[in-house]
Design a protein around this ligand. Structure first.
Ligand SMILES: NC(=O)c1ccc[n+]([C@@H]2O[C@H](COP(=O)([O-])OP(=O)(O)OC[C@H]3O[C@@H](n4cnc5c(N)ncnc54)[C@H](O)[C@@H]3O)[C@@H](O)[C@H]2O)c1
Length: 256
């Protein structure tokens, strides 16, 4: 299985960074990657939950670095890259998963809320990619996977306009990064989840969830593992000729 995830045969073990890995989709991605024997750098602002994920990962023999870092701060981003290279000497996979959601109506979104959301969802994704890519370019290999959202394609309904705009930004960023990184043997792709059962969606009224389900051809809300499986594919050598792709994981809710 190690060979499957490892795109570079010269590399004995893969090193992956996953942001927002303390719970939800990021946790599922981290556990899925650890099953594939990749060494992991888990990044989050929630220490307690991060340590709990770390304990589960350790059982699977992955070497581990837990980092309390806020991806909206460039100083923290530099710390993530510096500490990863100091411990593992390389970075093969970056999963930009950390994000926050807003459910404010359009007229209620304040400047400070707008700024905070953009700083985490869009600025964090950009500057961590920029810093990691500088290293991957010297390596001449690597895979970056961004987590956007269905809302980035269709606009906000159950979520705020600020959230939808930030995720549309992540989709666009994926393509710009992919064009820049391609000549260096680096793939940049994006996963667009639909409605996934995590803390982020737990506040949605039951009625809204039921309404979604009616429109999902596969008839169910997604699991964090559904998203992790798509990430695993894009991180693997099976996806070596795929870049700039926006992969829907939404049970058929949107087919575009
Ligand atoms: N759940 C869904 O239905 C859904 C749908 C589409 C897209 N997504 C996207 O998937 C990603 C994960 O969502 P989730 O549902 O697992 O959310 P979640 O709220 O369960 O988990 C998000 C994690 O990110 C961390 N985080 C937040 N801000 C951070 C920061 N500044 N620096 C570092 N870590 C930070 C949180 O502490 C948390 O552990 C997000 O980007 C989200 O927008 C989720």
């Amino acid at each position: 299985m190690k060979r499957y995830i490892n795109s570079n045969p010269k590399m004995q073990t893969t090193v992956s960074i996953v942001t927002g890995s303390a719970q939800g989709i990021g946790k599922a991605i981290s556990l899925a990657l650890s099953k594939e024997s990749t060494n992991l750098v888990l990044v989050d602002i929630d220490d307690k939950k991060l340590e709990s994920v770390g304990r589960q990962v350790k059982k699977r023999k992955s070497e581990l670095l837990l980092l309390n870092a806020d991806i909206s701060k460039v100083k923290d981003i530099e710390k993530i890259v510096k500490n990863t290279i100091a411990k593992f000497k390389k970075i093969d996979i970056l999963v930009n998963n950390a994000g926050i959601c807003s459910r404010r109506s359009l007229s209620e979104i304040s400047e400070s809320e707008w700024n905070k959301l953009m700083e985490i969802n869009l600025k964090g994704t950009f500057f961590l990619s920029q810093n990691v890519m500088a290293f991957m370019k010297k390596q001449r290999s690597g895979k970056i996977i961004n987590i956007a959202s269905l809302a980035g394609k269709i606009g906000g309904i159950a979520v705020g306009a600020d959230y939808a705009a930030s995720k549309a930004g992540v989709i666009s960023l994926t393509k710009s990064l992919a064009k820049d990184a391609g000549p260096y043997g680096i793939n940049v792709n994006c996963v667009c989840p639909g409605v996934i059962r995590t803390r982020m969606t737990s506040s949605l009224p039951k009625k809204v969830i039921e309404e979604y389900k009616k429109n999902i051809p596969l008839g169910r809300i997604g699991s964090p593992e559904d998203v992790a499986n798509a990430v695993l594919f894009l991180a693997s050598e099976k996806a070596d000729y795929i870049t700039g792709e926006i992969l829907d994981v939404n049970g058929g809710l949107l087919m575009d």
